[in-house]
Ligand binder design. Structure first.
Ligand code: ZN
Length: 102
C-alpha cells in the first residue's frame, strides 16, 4: 500500500502536486544578523501547505552541515549560505526564476 496524496487523491509516486507547487513559489533568500553578530541565512515565502518545509530544512541543513529551524513558511540556517542555497533549491526541483537572492 502506498501513501495517498491528500490533495489530488493519487498515490504519492504519481502525484505531481509538490512539483507544480515548487514551480509557483516566490522564494526569497536573504541574510539576517542575529544576536552577537551571528549571521543566519533565511529562506522565506515557501507555502507550507504545498511544500514539506521540515523535509526541505533537513535537506538544506545536511547539505551545509549547519543548524537551523523551520516554521511558518520560513527556514533559518546558521551561517552565510546565501550563494549556495539557490543551487540546492534548484536541485530539489524549484524553478530558478522563483528564487530571489537578496
Ligand atoms: Zn497530489
Amino acid at each position: 500500500m502506498s501513501e495517498i496524496c491528500t490533495k489530488c487523491g493519487l498515490p504519492k509516486e504519481l502525484c505531481v502536486c509538490e512539483t507544480i507547487a515548487k514551480e509557483s513559489q516566490k522564494i526569497i533568500v536573504k541574510l539576517v544578523k542575529k544576536k552577537f553578530n551571528k549571521i543566519s541565512t533565511v529562506v522565506e515565502g515557501i507555502d507550507e501547505r504545498e511544500i514539506n518545509l521540515r523535509e526541505l530544512a533537513k535537506k538544506l541543513k545536511s547539505q551545509f552541515a549547519c543548524g537551523g529551524t523551520a516554521k511558518e513558511g520560513r527556514i533559518e540556517l546558521q551561517g552565510d549560505h546565501k550563494q549556495k542555497v539557490k543551487d540546492i533549491l534548484v536541485q530539489t526541483g524549484f524553478a530558478p526564476e522563483t528564487i530571489e537572492v537578496q
